[in-house]
Design a protein around this ligand. Structure first.
Ligand code: GDP
Ligand code: IMO
Ligand code: MG
Length: 429
């Protein structure tokens, strides 16, 4: 089984895009299986920087790229992202790119509802990306979504839109908003339909066919396990399952297809949006991590919150997602720190915990217990082999893998594709 499933093992932005891009040239297909254009995956290849939100990162290497059924798809965003990438010289056509025809659509009404809810929540807001992800998934499980395949049957769309509008108009009335202009929505959908449909197909068939022919499939997760709607810091989560198992259901391949589960782990911790964050640093050290790591959101430009590495949370994510090995990223950001800290447990109401509790109040109140290590004076930036790493940096990596009970398969030492150390080949397993 030579497939690889890449997932984020923290709160997103761990460097999934870079690692997927690095692995993509050795894969036959790259598949997005959940989330939508709330993701922001950055790829750096020489002088070129590619920022992808919806398209699988494999598109940059020309690898067959598939948007699976588990994704929620904004058709207008799709068009603009395809055009942006084509403008950067990336080839995108019906041979190397396909969209599952059973993907639910994100409509303008979803984005509006996302914004209205966040505004109404005031200080209690989730801090979403504002892209309509939550409302679109609600409509999917509410069985009233418009899907990609519906765009090929515009004549049958009116009653479907009526059902959707009846639901949303009631919600909108509560926010003092006007009813949806159904006719203009139908016109807009009819206009965008040909663009989407040129790529649409039952992608589960194509994937099963390439799988049978022995292809290596690379699944590209978005967000991270701590944003998973079941296992994350609920309610401060996204609206999809971000764990590795979703690769199967979100693509139409069985669970054995997930193969090697590669958890992407940042050498420290960041979070964008609201919610608990035990090791968050509101001081100069947090500031320094943010500056050295350029921690600004790709999608919203928001400043990411920063803190020390949390081994408790990462161990939990690795266990929940069945991570086979990790890619440790952004190690270079810790270069030059005299001391580095790792959270190894929590204190809560006088008790010691070795896991993150489920209740939001407990999550907010845990106090991290730290272990301190010497930093390293040499640099790891740009290192491409184990031998290039300072001895103390190696000690840090070893301590991380010991505490999270999961081995390191890759180490990333800069945004650049090739600045990557291979320890254990995920495709060889
Ligand atoms: P993703 O959402 O998991 O794909 O991660 P993002 O692309 O949102 O954020 C990761 C950021 O860190 C991007 O700007 C990457 O170019 C950058 N990056 C990835 N790996 C490394 C690394 O090893 N070192 C440094 N300094 N930056 C990295
Ligand atoms: P990538 O794939 C980091 C966060 C938002 C918010 C919460 C819910 O780049 O790692 P949503 O718009 O999904 O309803 O927002 O989830 N969030 C991310 N944080 N990286 C991401 O994606 C994220 N996608 C969503 O900030 O806290
Ligand atoms: Mg990101």
């Amino acid at each position: 089984m030579a497939n690889v499933t890449v997932i984020g093992a923290q709160w997103g932005d761990e460097g999934k895009g870079k690692i997927v891009d690095w692995l993509a040239s050795r894969a036959d297909a790259v598949v997005r299986f959940q989330g939508g254009h709330n993701a922001g995956h950055t790829l750096v290849v020489g002088e070129q920087v590619y920022k992808l939100s919806l398209l699988p990162s494999g598109i940059v290497t020309g690898t067959l790229s598939i948007i699976g059924n588990g994704v929620v798809l904004d058709p207008w965003h799709l068009k603009s992202e395809v055009e942006k990438l084509r403008g950067q010289g990336v080839e995108i056509n019906a041979d190397n790119f396909a969209i599952a025809d059973n993907c639910p659509l994100i409509l303008p009404v979803h984005r509006e509802l996302d914004g209205l809810r966040e505004a109404a929540a005031g200080a209690g807001k989730i801090g979403t990306t504002g892209r309509g992800i939550g409302p679109a998934y609600e409509d999917k499980v509410g069985r009233r979504a418009i899907r990609v395949c519906d765009l090929a049957h515009l004549d049958a769309l009116e009653p479907q839109l009526d059902r959707l509008c009846a639901h949303h108009d009631a919600l909108r009335a509560g926010f003092g908003q006007p009813k949806i202009d159904r006719d203009s929505l139908l016109k807009e959908l009819a206009k965008i339909a040909p663009f989407v449909l040129q790529f649409a197909q039952p992608t589960w068939r194509r994937l099963n066919k390439v799988k049978k022919a022995g292809a290596r499939i690379l699944f590209e997760g978005a967000q991270g396990v701590l944003l998973d709607v079941d296992h994350g810091t609920y309610p401060f989560v996204t609206s999809s399952n971000t764990v590795s198992g979703t690769a199967a259901s979100g693509s139409g391949l069985g669970p054995s297809a997930t193969g090697f589960v590669l958890g992407i782990v940042k050498a420290y911790t960041t979070r964008v949006g609201s919610g608990p964050f035990p090791t968050e640093l509101d001081d100069d050290t947090g500031q320094r991590l943010g500056e050295r790591g350029h921690e600004f959101g790709t999608v919203t430009g928001r400043k990411r919150r920063c803190g020390w590495f949390d081994a408790v949370l990462t161990r939990q994510s690795c266990a929940i997602s069945g991570v086979t090995g990790i890619a440790l990223t952004k190690l270079d950001v810790l270069d030059g720190f005299e001391k580095v800290k790792i959270c190894t447990g929590y204190r809560l109401n006088g008790k010691i915990l070795d896991y993150f509790p489920s209740h939001a109040a407990d999550q907010a109140n845990v106090e991290p217990i730290y272990e301190e290590m010497d930093g390293w004076s040499g640099t790891t930036a740009g290192a491409r082999s184990w031998a290039d790493l300072p001895a103390q940096a190696i000690k840090y990596i070893q301590r991380v893998q010991e505490l999270i009970e999961t081995p390191v398969a890759l180490v990333s030492t800069s945004p650049e594709r090739e600045d990557t150390i291979l320890v254990r080949d995920p495709f060889a397993d």
